[in-house]
Design a protein around this ligand. Structure first.
Ligand code: IVH
Length: 695
């Protein structure tokens, strides 16, 4: 059907020309935007604009079904369901790479020495130029384009014969379905399909919530997604792609391109719209290979995707041909690994940890194992369901995964190592910290301690929340100090904070007199506060900063809030039945009223006044991001003013941001705003906006 778009060779019927041209223009536009968004990570138009054009194309195609081609952006999710995957014989075999397991320096040196020897070079000859690339931990893919259109995608299989997964690969937005004019008529791009770590974590989180199957690691998740028979499933698994090589290509004799180096070829692939990893670089001689291995090794945890090593390739394609192959491996490339991110070890115990919100997490105590570059002795088991699903029992041999900065986790049991009967792990009935009952609410995956503020773990959280900057703003009262104070039983309730004296503080480990005085001064200062801060600081369920402000504005005094009926609470802006009931219940409890009373007795005060007029909500529904230093207003003051006018103040810029207010030394948020076309205001502009004069 593609002839319909070949407008210049065969004159199309008059009434067909217009839609065909229009369709081509829309597809080019959408492909261009999609490339900027998915490959370059630099969106240039709002989502809404993309969607609008997409719908326009869909409508045109619906009206002209004969003009629909499989490479149209509308056909990305084609919903094809296969009965089984067909076999594909690779025109050029997909090779593997020899793996160098030696240490950093000797691995690279051994490879360089081998290459030089095989090329017959003497010591005095110049150093060899290599291309150093990350070794992506996904699965190899061969993408075949004919006349600039993706016609086939195949897995590596045994290197000779792979599986046809075209229907699934079409759903990966980073993979172009069409290539620009002038590409060789036959082009096979080789690369790696993988899943970014954040996408993997989100996918597993979603699966866990829905009680579905979780995946062991991004590679398995990607491989499973690619080999689906139903492409609708693949489309829901966020996959990415990096190009790293070529398979078949139109030869120069038949007008194909002439590449001199591997690097040049990669740059060309990039220009044709394929994602090429930013880390790829030229390295000359063994020394620079070692440096690359070290440099990528130190940034490995920070990369958004898993790598299991680096790959060194001789850059000159002529030298590659001279070196040739040894069975299935090229002599011109080698993989150099990093410590594995998954290792086997034994579960020596299963404990539970009480989180600061009362959540109880089972934790495996492990026989120490070196994984992902560190020695790991504990790994999370997430919750009871995960333990049951994975079938983990005490004493089992398990696989532990530690990738990036994430907490190590037990991903599965190595079967066949259990020698006798081992009982299933049971959740404790009582909290190991406070002894209160442990419960699991209906529909929840997690068990929780019901101890509330009676539980030290939760008390710590409550105190930290009370002391937070947006609450009582007690400077210097951080994690460590709160741990010490609660563990030493110096503080049991919030009012105890204001009963702290110099002696009890100095008695704590690593607490100098000067720091102790600073803490006391900060506590003293925090006593002068505002009603919204105080309310928010109490950490009532469902009462965030915005609700605290609404309550204060509506009722004016704390007593009025404490004595309000559910009906009266419901009159407050944005307070629904759940919040109203929970607030009412909280203040009906004598011990909660007692805490409030004691805090007041300790000297905590705020200006109480008549019910303030609610400012007009001229920014209702708008999202604003603050960045940089404003000339006169503090960040908090600006935030308060924006929120009072109904705006939501967010921490990062996205397509949904309505305005960015930028001051001195505004950084990446400003850049992002400009990229996304979000209006940028200075302080004066913000004030104008608030007074109703601005944009
Ligand atoms: S080149 C001639 N480059 O590693 C060698 N492979 O055994 C052809 N891999 O499963 C492969 N990152 O998918 C090459 N930057 C990279 C790679 C890479 C990962 C994988 C590849 C294959 C295995 C090669």
């Amino acid at each position: 059907m593609s002839e319909n778009l070949d407008l210049f060779s065969t004159p199309a019927p008059a009434e067909q020309v217009q839609p065909a041209i229009k369709i081509k223009v829309l597809r080019d536009q959408l492909n261009h935007w999609a490339h900027q968004y998915y490959v370059l990570d630099q969106p240039t138009v709002p989502d809404a604009e993309y969607d609008r054009v997409f719908r326009e194309l869909q409508a045109l195609e619906a009206a002209h079904p004969d003009l629909v081609t499989p490479d149209s952006p509308t056909q990305r999710v084609i919903g094809a369901v296969m009965e089984g995957l067909a076999s594909v014989r690779h025109t050029v075999p997909m090779l593997s790479i020899h793996t160098e397991t030696d240490t950093e320096a000797t691995g690279a040196q051994a490879f360089d020495a081998r290459v030089r020897r095989e090329l017959g070079l003497a010591e005095a000859d110049p150093a060899i130029e290599y291309v150093a690339e990350p070794k992506f931990d996904g699965l190899a893919m061969s993408l075949r384009y004919e006349n600039g259109r993706l016609v086939q995608a195949a897995t590596r299989g045994d290197g000779e014969v792979g599986e046809d997964v075209t229907h699934n690969i079409r759903t990966i937005r980073q993979i172009p379905l069409t290539l620009p004019d002038g590409v060789p008529p036959i082009l096979e791009v080789r690369g790696e399909v993988y899943m970014r770590r954040a996408d993997f974590d989100a996918l597993n989180e979603r699966q866990r919530e829905q009680g579905g199957k979780t995946f062991v690691n991004p590679r398995n998740a990607a491989a499973g997604a690619v080999r689906q028979l139903d492409s609708n499933i693949t489309a829901q698994r966020p996959l990415s792609f990096f190009a790293y090589g070529l398979g078949a290509i139109t030869p120069p004799a038949e007008g194909g391109p002439v590449f001199r180096t591997h690097f040049e070829m990669l740059q060309t692939l990039k220009a044709w719209g394929f994602p090429v990893a930013g880390q790829v670089q030229i390295a000359t001689g063994a020394t620079e290979l070692v440096a690359f291995h070290q440099q990528v090794g130190t940034s490995r945890d920070a990369l958004p995707y898993d790598i299991d090593g680096v790959v060194y390739k001789v850059n000159s394609l002529q030298l590659q041909r001279d070196l040739g192959f040894k069975t299935r491996e090229p002599r011109w490339a080698v993989a150099h690994k990093y410590p594995a991110q998954e290792m086997a070890t034994k579960i020596e115990g299963i404990d539970v940890q009480v989180g600061r919100t009362g959540k109880i997490t089972p934790v495996a105590r492990l026989a120490p194992v070196f994984v992902g570059g560190v020695t790991v002795t504990n790994a999370t088991l997430h919750n009871l369901f995960e333990i049951r699903k994975k079938g983990v029992r005490l004493g089992d041999q398990v696989i532990v995964r530690r990738a990036g900065d994430v907490i190590p986790e037990v991903v599965g049991v190595i079967p066949g190592n259990r020698t006798g009967y081992v009982p299933n792990f049971q959740m404790p009935k009582a909290c190991p910290v406070c002894g209160s009952a442990v419960v699991r609410e209906k529909g929840e995956a997690n068990h929780r301690c019901t101890g509330g503020l009676f539980c030290a773990a939760q008390r710590k959280e409550a105190i930290l929340h009370f002391a937070a900057r947006r609450a009582m703003d007690i400077e210097g009262l951080g994690d460590k100090l709160v741990d010490q104070l609660v563990d030493a039983n110096v503080i049991r309730t919030l009012p105890d904070l204001y009963r702290l004296g110099l002696t009890s503080l100095i008695a704590l480990e690593r607490m100098a007199e000067k720091s102790a005085q600073n803490v006391l001064a900060a506590l003293e200062k925090s006593k002068q506060t505002t009603l919204p801060r105080f309310l928010f600081g109490l950490g009532l369920r469902h009462v965030g900063e915005a609700t605290a402000k609404d309550l204060a504005r509506h009722f004016g005094t704390l007593d009025a809030i404490m004595d309000a009926s559910v009906e009266q609470l419901l009159e407050v802006n944005d307070v629904g039945p759940v919040v109203a009931q929970s607030l009412h219940t909280f203040f009906q409890q004598p011990h909660n009223r007692e805490v409030v009373e004691q805090l007041r007795t300790c000297g905590v005060t705020w200006p109480e006044g008549p019910v303030a007029e609610r400012a007009p909500q001229i920014l209702a529904g708008k999202t604003v991001v603050l960045t940089g230093t404003l000339p006169t207003l503090s960040r908090d003051a600006a935030k308060d003013m924006l929120e009072a006018a109904g705006a939501k103040v967010a921490g990062s810029v996205s397509k949904k941001t309505s305005y960015v207010v930028a001051g001195e030394e505004a950084g990446s948020k400003l850049v992002k705003a400009e990229e996304l076309g979000v209006p940028v205001l200075d302080e004066a502009g913000m004030l104008a906006l608030l007074s109703g004069v601005g944009a």
